[in-house]
Design a binder for this molecule. Structure first.
Ligand SMILES: Nc1nc2c(ncn2[C@@H]2O[C@H](COP(=O)(O)OP(=O)(O)OP(=O)(O)O)[C@@H](O)[C@H]2O)c(=O)[nH]1
Ligand SMILES: [Mg+2]
Length: 464
Protein backbone atom coordinates (compact mmCIF):
# COMPACT_ATOMS: atom_id res chain seq x y z
CA UNK A 1 0.00 0.00 0.00
CA UNK A 2 1.12 3.51 -0.76
CA UNK A 3 0.89 5.42 2.51
CA UNK A 4 1.14 9.12 1.88
CA UNK A 5 -0.78 10.75 4.74
CA UNK A 6 -0.71 9.85 8.43
CA UNK A 7 -1.64 11.43 11.74
CA UNK A 8 0.44 10.94 14.83
CA UNK A 9 0.11 12.09 18.41
CA UNK A 10 3.33 13.54 19.75
CA UNK A 11 4.37 14.74 23.17
CA UNK A 12 7.62 16.33 24.25
CA UNK A 13 9.25 15.20 27.51
CA UNK A 14 8.03 16.90 30.68
CA UNK A 15 10.48 19.17 32.44
CA UNK A 16 12.05 17.91 35.66
CA UNK A 17 11.15 19.67 38.94
CA UNK A 18 13.39 22.32 40.45
CA UNK A 19 14.76 21.51 43.86
CA UNK A 20 14.15 23.27 47.19
CA UNK A 21 17.21 22.78 49.33
CA UNK A 22 19.55 24.66 51.71
CA UNK A 23 23.25 24.24 52.07
CA UNK A 24 24.40 22.08 54.94
CA UNK A 25 27.97 22.39 56.09
CA UNK A 26 29.66 21.26 59.25
CA UNK A 27 30.40 24.70 60.65
CA UNK A 28 27.70 26.80 59.00
CA UNK A 29 24.51 26.77 61.09
CA UNK A 30 22.15 27.98 58.40
CA UNK A 31 23.30 27.70 54.77
CA UNK A 32 21.83 29.57 51.81
CA UNK A 33 19.48 28.04 49.25
CA UNK A 34 21.18 25.61 46.83
CA UNK A 35 18.40 23.76 45.00
CA UNK A 36 19.29 23.06 41.36
CA UNK A 37 16.98 23.32 38.33
CA UNK A 38 15.09 20.46 36.75
CA UNK A 39 16.26 19.27 33.32
CA UNK A 40 14.47 20.35 30.15
CA UNK A 41 12.30 17.64 28.59
CA UNK A 42 13.27 16.34 25.12
CA UNK A 43 11.68 17.82 21.99
CA UNK A 44 9.85 16.02 19.19
CA UNK A 45 11.86 16.65 16.03
CA UNK A 46 10.76 15.70 12.52
CA UNK A 47 13.57 15.05 10.04
CA UNK A 48 13.56 14.38 6.30
CA UNK A 49 15.51 11.29 5.33
CA UNK A 50 16.33 10.55 1.69
CA UNK A 51 16.52 6.82 2.34
CA UNK A 52 12.78 6.63 3.11
CA UNK A 53 10.22 6.45 0.35
CA UNK A 54 6.93 6.21 2.26
CA UNK A 55 5.26 6.93 5.58
CA UNK A 56 4.66 3.22 6.16
CA UNK A 57 6.49 3.38 9.53
CA UNK A 58 3.60 5.43 10.90
CA UNK A 59 0.82 3.23 9.67
CA UNK A 60 0.40 1.30 12.90
CA UNK A 61 2.32 3.30 15.47
CA UNK A 62 0.70 6.64 16.21
CA UNK A 63 1.93 7.75 19.63
CA UNK A 64 5.36 9.17 20.29
CA UNK A 65 6.86 10.71 23.37
CA UNK A 66 10.25 12.27 24.06
CA UNK A 67 12.19 11.62 27.26
CA UNK A 68 11.48 13.68 30.38
CA UNK A 69 14.05 15.83 32.14
CA UNK A 70 15.25 14.63 35.53
CA UNK A 71 14.70 16.58 38.75
CA UNK A 72 17.15 19.08 40.15
CA UNK A 73 19.01 18.23 43.37
CA UNK A 74 20.66 19.98 46.30
CA UNK A 75 24.18 21.46 46.06
CA UNK A 76 23.09 23.28 42.88
CA UNK A 77 22.90 20.06 40.92
CA UNK A 78 20.79 20.47 37.81
CA UNK A 79 18.68 17.69 36.34
CA UNK A 80 19.66 16.12 33.01
CA UNK A 81 18.00 17.14 29.75
CA UNK A 82 15.68 14.53 28.25
CA UNK A 83 16.73 13.11 24.86
CA UNK A 84 14.89 14.46 21.79
CA UNK A 85 12.81 12.01 19.83
CA UNK A 86 13.54 12.24 16.09
CA UNK A 87 10.79 11.07 13.74
CA UNK A 88 12.13 10.36 10.26
CA UNK A 89 9.99 11.04 7.22
CA UNK A 90 10.66 10.92 3.47
CA UNK A 91 11.97 14.00 1.70
CA UNK A 92 8.94 15.87 0.39
CA UNK A 93 6.85 15.57 3.56
CA UNK A 94 4.71 18.45 4.74
CA UNK A 95 4.21 18.61 8.51
CA UNK A 96 1.02 20.27 9.71
CA UNK A 97 -0.89 20.79 12.92
CA UNK A 98 -3.92 18.50 13.08
CA UNK A 99 -7.17 18.72 14.99
CA UNK A 100 -8.19 15.20 15.94
CA UNK A 101 -11.76 16.22 16.79
CA UNK A 102 -12.68 18.05 13.62
CA UNK A 103 -10.30 15.85 11.57
CA UNK A 104 -8.91 18.96 9.96
CA UNK A 105 -5.34 19.91 9.25
CA UNK A 106 -4.19 23.28 10.57
CA UNK A 107 -1.14 25.42 9.99
CA UNK A 108 1.88 24.18 8.11
CA UNK A 109 4.73 23.56 10.55
CA UNK A 110 7.30 22.79 7.88
CA UNK A 111 7.76 21.60 4.35
CA UNK A 112 10.77 19.29 4.48
CA UNK A 113 12.27 19.28 1.01
CA UNK A 114 15.96 18.45 1.63
CA UNK A 115 17.67 15.44 3.10
CA UNK A 116 18.45 16.14 6.76
CA UNK A 117 16.15 19.15 7.04
CA UNK A 118 14.44 19.16 10.45
CA UNK A 119 11.87 21.01 12.48
CA UNK A 120 10.94 20.99 16.16
CA UNK A 121 7.28 20.02 16.03
CA UNK A 122 6.64 19.91 19.77
CA UNK A 123 8.76 21.29 22.59
CA UNK A 124 9.66 19.51 25.76
CA UNK A 125 8.76 21.27 29.01
CA UNK A 126 11.25 23.61 30.66
CA UNK A 127 12.81 22.35 33.84
CA UNK A 128 11.43 23.94 37.02
CA UNK A 129 13.74 26.47 38.65
CA UNK A 130 15.41 25.56 41.93
CA UNK A 131 15.03 27.78 44.96
CA UNK A 132 18.36 29.56 44.31
CA UNK A 133 16.48 31.60 41.71
CA UNK A 134 13.96 33.04 44.11
CA UNK A 135 16.26 34.94 46.44
CA UNK A 136 15.50 38.66 46.67
CA UNK A 137 16.69 41.38 49.01
CA UNK A 138 13.64 40.82 51.21
CA UNK A 139 13.54 37.04 50.87
CA UNK A 140 16.87 35.39 51.61
CA UNK A 141 15.60 31.88 52.15
CA UNK A 142 12.91 31.02 49.59
CA UNK A 143 11.37 27.77 50.73
CA UNK A 144 9.88 26.75 47.41
CA UNK A 145 10.89 25.71 43.91
CA UNK A 146 9.04 25.37 40.62
CA UNK A 147 7.70 22.07 39.41
CA UNK A 148 8.71 21.02 35.89
CA UNK A 149 6.77 22.45 32.98
CA UNK A 150 4.48 19.90 31.31
CA UNK A 151 5.48 19.29 27.69
CA UNK A 152 3.46 20.38 24.70
CA UNK A 153 1.47 17.63 23.06
CA UNK A 154 -0.90 17.27 20.18
CA UNK A 155 -1.65 15.66 16.85
CA UNK A 156 0.33 16.42 13.75
CA UNK A 157 -0.11 15.35 10.16
CA UNK A 158 2.55 14.10 7.77
CA UNK A 159 1.72 14.32 4.13
CA UNK A 160 4.14 13.04 1.57
CA UNK A 161 4.03 14.46 -1.89
CA UNK A 162 6.08 13.18 -4.75
CA UNK A 163 9.20 15.15 -5.38
CA UNK A 164 9.29 14.64 -9.12
CA UNK A 165 10.44 17.30 -11.57
CA UNK A 166 7.84 16.30 -14.14
CA UNK A 167 4.58 14.37 -13.87
CA UNK A 168 2.96 12.40 -16.67
CA UNK A 169 -0.78 12.99 -16.47
CA UNK A 170 -3.64 11.99 -18.71
CA UNK A 171 -6.63 9.74 -19.19
CA UNK A 172 -6.36 6.04 -18.35
CA UNK A 173 -4.58 4.03 -21.07
CA UNK A 174 -3.08 7.16 -22.68
CA UNK A 175 0.32 5.49 -22.52
CA UNK A 176 1.88 7.19 -19.49
CA UNK A 177 3.42 4.01 -18.10
CA UNK A 178 4.63 3.04 -21.57
CA UNK A 179 6.34 6.42 -21.83
CA UNK A 180 8.05 6.34 -18.42
CA UNK A 181 9.40 2.88 -19.20
CA UNK A 182 10.86 4.24 -22.45
CA UNK A 183 12.61 7.22 -20.88
CA UNK A 184 13.73 5.78 -17.53
CA UNK A 185 14.57 2.51 -15.82
CA UNK A 186 11.12 2.41 -14.18
CA UNK A 187 9.17 -0.71 -15.21
CA UNK A 188 5.54 -0.21 -14.24
CA UNK A 189 2.79 -2.53 -15.43
CA UNK A 190 1.41 -1.66 -18.86
CA UNK A 191 -2.04 -2.91 -19.82
CA UNK A 192 -4.70 -2.35 -22.42
CA UNK A 193 -7.31 -1.71 -19.75
CA UNK A 194 -7.89 1.49 -17.74
CA UNK A 195 -6.39 2.02 -14.27
CA UNK A 196 -3.47 -0.32 -14.76
CA UNK A 197 -1.42 2.03 -12.65
CA UNK A 198 -2.72 2.36 -9.09
CA UNK A 199 0.17 4.10 -7.36
CA UNK A 200 2.58 6.70 -8.75
CA UNK A 201 5.86 5.38 -10.17
CA UNK A 202 9.05 7.38 -10.17
CA UNK A 203 11.88 7.12 -12.65
CA UNK A 204 15.09 9.00 -13.41
CA UNK A 205 15.51 10.11 -17.01
CA UNK A 206 18.71 11.33 -18.65
CA UNK A 207 19.21 13.52 -21.66
CA UNK A 208 22.84 14.36 -22.33
CA UNK A 209 24.24 15.82 -19.11
CA UNK A 210 20.85 16.68 -17.73
CA UNK A 211 18.76 14.36 -15.61
CA UNK A 212 15.33 14.69 -14.04
CA UNK A 213 12.86 12.71 -11.93
CA UNK A 214 9.65 11.84 -13.70
CA UNK A 215 6.45 10.48 -12.14
CA UNK A 216 3.85 8.30 -13.83
CA UNK A 217 0.59 9.22 -12.12
CA UNK A 218 -2.55 7.02 -12.26
CA UNK A 219 -5.07 7.99 -14.92
CA UNK A 220 -7.43 10.89 -14.30
CA UNK A 221 -11.06 11.00 -15.42
CA UNK A 222 -13.76 13.64 -15.51
CA UNK A 223 -14.76 14.56 -11.96
CA UNK A 224 -11.39 13.47 -10.51
CA UNK A 225 -11.11 16.74 -8.61
CA UNK A 226 -14.21 15.81 -6.62
CA UNK A 227 -13.09 12.27 -5.95
CA UNK A 228 -14.16 10.31 -9.01
CA UNK A 229 -12.02 7.41 -10.14
CA UNK A 230 -8.59 6.96 -8.68
CA UNK A 231 -7.23 10.32 -9.71
CA UNK A 232 -8.43 12.28 -6.70
CA UNK A 233 -5.72 11.25 -4.25
CA UNK A 234 -3.07 11.54 -6.89
CA UNK A 235 -3.94 14.95 -8.18
CA UNK A 236 -2.22 16.14 -5.01
CA UNK A 237 1.08 14.77 -6.21
CA UNK A 238 1.01 17.02 -9.22
CA UNK A 239 1.11 20.02 -6.87
CA UNK A 240 4.77 19.32 -6.24
CA UNK A 241 6.01 18.88 -9.75
CA UNK A 242 7.55 21.80 -11.56
CA UNK A 243 6.35 20.59 -14.95
CA UNK A 244 3.16 18.85 -16.06
CA UNK A 245 3.53 16.56 -19.06
CA UNK A 246 0.05 16.01 -20.39
CA UNK A 247 -0.19 12.78 -22.41
CA UNK A 248 -3.10 12.60 -24.88
CA UNK A 249 -4.15 9.35 -26.56
CA UNK A 250 -4.70 10.23 -30.23
CA UNK A 251 -6.81 7.12 -30.80
CA UNK A 252 -9.20 8.01 -27.97
CA UNK A 253 -8.89 4.32 -27.29
CA UNK A 254 -10.40 4.00 -23.87
CA UNK A 255 -14.22 4.01 -24.19
CA UNK A 256 -13.84 5.25 -27.79
CA UNK A 257 -13.30 8.80 -26.65
CA UNK A 258 -12.49 11.95 -28.58
CA UNK A 259 -8.85 12.98 -27.96
CA UNK A 260 -9.74 16.68 -28.08
CA UNK A 261 -12.41 16.23 -25.41
CA UNK A 262 -9.94 14.29 -23.31
CA UNK A 263 -7.45 17.10 -23.60
CA UNK A 264 -10.02 19.64 -22.36
CA UNK A 265 -11.27 17.42 -19.55
CA UNK A 266 -7.82 16.83 -18.10
CA UNK A 267 -6.98 20.55 -18.29
CA UNK A 268 -10.18 21.28 -16.43
CA UNK A 269 -9.62 18.69 -13.72
CA UNK A 270 -6.16 20.05 -13.04
CA UNK A 271 -7.41 23.63 -12.81
CA UNK A 272 -10.38 22.66 -10.63
CA UNK A 273 -8.13 20.79 -8.23
CA UNK A 274 -6.01 23.85 -7.55
CA UNK A 275 -6.27 27.14 -9.33
CA UNK A 276 -2.54 27.76 -9.40
CA UNK A 277 -2.02 24.50 -11.28
CA UNK A 278 -3.76 26.04 -14.30
CA UNK A 279 -0.69 28.22 -14.82
CA UNK A 280 1.85 25.51 -14.01
CA UNK A 281 4.40 25.01 -16.82
CA UNK A 282 3.10 22.37 -19.17
CA UNK A 283 4.11 20.29 -22.15
CA UNK A 284 1.49 18.49 -24.24
CA UNK A 285 2.26 15.13 -25.83
CA UNK A 286 0.28 13.41 -28.58
CA UNK A 287 0.83 9.67 -28.15
CA UNK A 288 0.21 6.66 -30.42
CA UNK A 289 1.14 8.38 -33.70
CA UNK A 290 1.97 4.89 -35.01
CA UNK A 291 -1.74 4.14 -35.24
CA UNK A 292 -3.33 4.82 -38.63
CA UNK A 293 -5.99 7.51 -38.90
CA UNK A 294 -4.68 9.73 -36.11
CA UNK A 295 -3.30 12.53 -38.33
CA UNK A 296 -6.36 14.73 -38.25
CA UNK A 297 -6.82 14.55 -34.49
CA UNK A 298 -3.12 15.35 -34.18
CA UNK A 299 -3.42 18.46 -36.35
CA UNK A 300 -6.45 19.73 -34.45
CA UNK A 301 -4.79 19.11 -31.13
CA UNK A 302 -1.69 21.02 -32.27
CA UNK A 303 -3.89 24.03 -33.11
CA UNK A 304 -5.60 23.85 -29.72
CA UNK A 305 -2.30 23.70 -27.85
CA UNK A 306 -0.94 26.68 -29.76
CA UNK A 307 -4.08 28.68 -29.04
CA UNK A 308 -4.00 27.72 -25.33
CA UNK A 309 -0.35 28.72 -25.16
CA UNK A 310 -1.09 32.18 -26.53
CA UNK A 311 -4.12 32.57 -24.26
CA UNK A 312 -2.03 31.60 -21.21
CA UNK A 313 0.45 34.34 -22.15
CA UNK A 314 -2.33 36.89 -21.99
CA UNK A 315 -3.05 36.77 -25.71
CA UNK A 316 0.44 37.86 -26.73
CA UNK A 317 1.90 35.49 -29.30
CA UNK A 318 5.48 36.53 -28.55
CA UNK A 319 5.34 36.57 -24.76
CA UNK A 320 6.56 33.56 -22.77
CA UNK A 321 3.75 31.22 -21.87
CA UNK A 322 3.59 28.50 -19.18
CA UNK A 323 2.27 26.20 -21.91
CA UNK A 324 4.79 25.06 -24.54
CA UNK A 325 3.24 26.03 -27.91
CA UNK A 326 4.65 22.93 -29.54
CA UNK A 327 2.75 19.65 -29.56
CA UNK A 328 5.18 16.75 -29.08
CA UNK A 329 4.15 13.86 -31.35
CA UNK A 330 5.38 10.48 -30.19
CA UNK A 331 4.81 6.78 -30.09
CA UNK A 332 5.62 5.33 -26.70
CA UNK A 333 5.39 1.94 -28.38
CA UNK A 334 7.91 2.38 -31.21
CA UNK A 335 9.94 5.13 -29.55
CA UNK A 336 9.40 7.63 -32.35
CA UNK A 337 9.74 11.24 -31.15
CA UNK A 338 10.58 10.12 -27.57
CA UNK A 339 14.21 11.38 -27.56
CA UNK A 340 13.14 14.87 -28.65
CA UNK A 341 10.44 14.98 -25.98
CA UNK A 342 12.88 13.83 -23.30
CA UNK A 343 15.35 16.57 -24.26
CA UNK A 344 12.60 19.21 -24.16
CA UNK A 345 11.50 18.08 -20.67
CA UNK A 346 15.11 18.07 -19.43
CA UNK A 347 15.79 21.61 -20.64
CA UNK A 348 12.52 22.93 -19.22
CA UNK A 349 13.05 21.25 -15.85
CA UNK A 350 16.51 22.76 -15.54
CA UNK A 351 15.24 26.23 -16.34
CA UNK A 352 12.54 25.82 -13.69
CA UNK A 353 14.97 24.52 -11.10
CA UNK A 354 17.20 27.53 -11.58
CA UNK A 355 14.23 29.87 -11.17
CA UNK A 356 13.13 28.01 -8.02
CA UNK A 357 16.64 28.24 -6.56
CA UNK A 358 16.67 32.01 -6.98
CA UNK A 359 13.23 32.32 -5.39
CA UNK A 360 14.12 30.07 -2.44
CA UNK A 361 17.10 32.26 -1.58
CA UNK A 362 14.85 35.20 -0.96
CA UNK A 363 12.26 33.33 1.06
CA UNK A 364 11.82 33.48 4.79
CA UNK A 365 12.38 30.35 6.85
CA UNK A 366 9.12 28.53 7.43
CA UNK A 367 10.06 27.15 10.81
CA UNK A 368 10.55 30.53 12.43
CA UNK A 369 7.33 31.95 11.07
CA UNK A 370 5.40 29.04 12.53
CA UNK A 371 7.27 29.07 15.85
CA UNK A 372 6.56 32.74 16.27
CA UNK A 373 2.86 32.30 15.60
CA UNK A 374 2.71 29.40 17.99
CA UNK A 375 4.29 31.47 20.75
CA UNK A 376 1.79 34.25 20.25
CA UNK A 377 -1.05 31.73 20.41
CA UNK A 378 0.48 30.15 23.48
CA UNK A 379 0.42 33.40 25.41
CA UNK A 380 -3.22 34.13 24.69
CA UNK A 381 -5.79 33.51 27.42
CA UNK A 382 -9.48 34.02 27.86
CA UNK A 383 -11.68 34.81 30.87
CA UNK A 384 -15.03 33.02 30.92
CA UNK A 385 -17.73 34.03 33.39
CA UNK A 386 -19.29 30.82 34.67
CA UNK A 387 -21.76 32.45 37.12
CA UNK A 388 -22.09 35.78 38.91
CA UNK A 389 -19.07 35.13 41.11
CA UNK A 390 -17.18 32.31 39.40
CA UNK A 391 -14.71 32.80 36.52
CA UNK A 392 -12.55 30.45 34.53
CA UNK A 393 -9.29 31.44 32.86
CA UNK A 394 -8.16 29.31 29.91
CA UNK A 395 -4.95 29.55 27.88
CA UNK A 396 -1.89 27.32 27.36
CA UNK A 397 0.69 29.49 29.13
CA UNK A 398 -1.57 30.37 32.09
CA UNK A 399 -2.52 26.75 32.57
CA UNK A 400 1.10 25.62 32.49
CA UNK A 401 1.98 28.15 35.19
CA UNK A 402 -0.71 26.70 37.43
CA UNK A 403 0.39 23.13 36.80
CA UNK A 404 3.98 24.11 37.62
CA UNK A 405 2.99 25.41 41.03
CA UNK A 406 3.42 23.36 44.16
CA UNK A 407 0.03 23.88 45.83
CA UNK A 408 1.17 22.62 49.20
CA UNK A 409 3.48 25.57 49.45
CA UNK A 410 2.13 29.03 50.38
CA UNK A 411 5.10 30.85 48.96
CA UNK A 412 4.83 29.06 45.63
CA UNK A 413 1.17 30.10 45.45
CA UNK A 414 1.86 33.76 46.08
CA UNK A 415 4.60 33.59 43.45
CA UNK A 416 2.00 32.26 41.01
CA UNK A 417 -0.40 35.07 41.88
CA UNK A 418 2.34 37.55 41.17
CA UNK A 419 3.06 35.95 37.78
CA UNK A 420 -0.60 35.94 36.80
CA UNK A 421 -0.85 39.59 37.63
CA UNK A 422 2.24 40.35 35.62
CA UNK A 423 0.95 38.75 32.42
CA UNK A 424 -2.36 40.60 32.72
CA UNK A 425 -4.71 37.96 34.09
CA UNK A 426 -5.82 40.15 37.04
CA UNK A 427 -6.57 43.06 34.78
CA UNK A 428 -8.56 40.84 32.43
CA UNK A 429 -10.55 39.44 35.37
CA UNK A 430 -11.32 42.92 36.64
CA UNK A 431 -12.39 43.96 33.17
CA UNK A 432 -14.72 40.97 33.07
CA UNK A 433 -16.29 42.13 36.35
CA UNK A 434 -14.49 40.03 38.96
CA UNK A 435 -14.37 41.49 42.47
CA UNK A 436 -12.52 40.42 45.62
CA UNK A 437 -13.73 37.10 46.94
CA UNK A 438 -14.93 35.74 43.61
CA UNK A 439 -13.82 32.25 42.69
CA UNK A 440 -11.24 31.89 39.93
CA UNK A 441 -10.70 28.52 38.29
CA UNK A 442 -7.68 27.57 36.22
CA UNK A 443 -7.28 23.96 35.07
CA UNK A 444 -8.13 21.85 38.13
CA UNK A 445 -7.53 24.60 40.72
CA UNK A 446 -9.78 27.20 42.31
CA UNK A 447 -8.76 30.23 44.35
CA UNK A 448 -10.11 33.52 45.57
CA UNK A 449 -9.66 36.69 43.61
CA UNK A 450 -7.78 39.42 45.48
CA UNK A 451 -7.17 42.59 43.53
CA UNK A 452 -4.88 44.29 46.08
CA UNK A 453 -1.95 42.26 47.30
CA UNK A 454 -0.02 42.76 50.47
CA UNK A 455 2.91 40.64 49.37
CA UNK A 456 3.10 42.74 46.22
CA UNK A 457 6.81 43.43 46.09
CA UNK A 458 8.06 40.19 47.40
CA UNK A 459 8.87 38.90 43.91
CA UNK A 460 9.16 42.08 41.98
CA UNK A 461 12.91 41.81 41.50
CA UNK A 462 12.62 38.38 39.97
CA UNK A 463 12.73 37.57 36.34
CA UNK A 464 9.35 35.95 35.88
N1 LIG B 1 -0.14 1.58 -30.60
C1 LIG B 1 0.29 2.12 -29.49
N2 LIG B 1 -0.12 1.65 -28.31
C2 LIG B 1 0.35 2.22 -27.20
C3 LIG B 1 1.25 3.31 -27.23
N3 LIG B 1 1.52 3.68 -25.96
C4 LIG B 1 0.82 2.84 -25.16
N4 LIG B 1 0.11 1.96 -25.90
C5 LIG B 1 -0.79 0.90 -25.40
O1 LIG B 1 -1.85 1.52 -24.69
C6 LIG B 1 -2.23 0.71 -23.57
C7 LIG B 1 -2.16 1.50 -22.28
O2 LIG B 1 -0.82 1.83 -22.03
P1 LIG B 1 -0.30 2.21 -20.57
O3 LIG B 1 1.10 2.68 -20.75
O4 LIG B 1 -0.55 1.12 -19.61
O5 LIG B 1 -1.26 3.44 -20.29
P2 LIG B 1 -1.39 4.33 -18.95
O6 LIG B 1 -1.59 5.73 -19.39
O7 LIG B 1 -0.24 4.07 -18.07
O8 LIG B 1 -2.74 3.77 -18.36
P3 LIG B 1 -3.27 3.77 -16.82
O9 LIG B 1 -2.16 3.26 -15.97
O10 LIG B 1 -4.41 2.85 -16.84
O11 LIG B 1 -3.67 5.16 -16.52
C8 LIG B 1 -1.30 -0.50 -23.60
O12 LIG B 1 -1.94 -1.57 -24.23
C9 LIG B 1 -0.11 -0.01 -24.40
O13 LIG B 1 0.57 -1.05 -25.03
C10 LIG B 1 1.65 3.80 -28.52
O14 LIG B 1 2.41 4.75 -28.67
N5 LIG B 1 1.12 3.16 -29.62
MG1 LIG C 1 -0.20 3.34 -16.24
Amino acid sequence: MFVDKVHVHVKGGDGGAGCMSFRREAHVPKGGPDGGDGGHGGDIVVEADASLSSLIDYRFKHHFKAERGTHGKGSRMHGARGTDLVLKVPVGTIVREYDEESKEAGEVIADLTHDGERVRAMSGGAGGRGNIHFVTSTRRAPAFAELGEPAQEGWIEFEMKLMADAALVGMPSAGKSSLISKISAARPKIGNYPFTTLVPNLGVARSGDLSFVVADVPGLIEGAHEGKGLGHEFLRHIERTALIVHVVDLTGDWEGRDPLDDYRIINNEIALHAEELASRPRIVVANKIDMPGTEEACRKLADMVRADSIAAAGGDEFATSPIDPKLYRISALTGEGVEGLKAAIAVKVHELREAARIEAESREEFEFVWEHRREVRDRRFEVIRLSSDVYRVVGPQVERMVVQTDWDNEEAISFLQHRLKKIGVDAALEAAGAVDGDEIRIVGRAFEFESVRTSEDMFSELDI
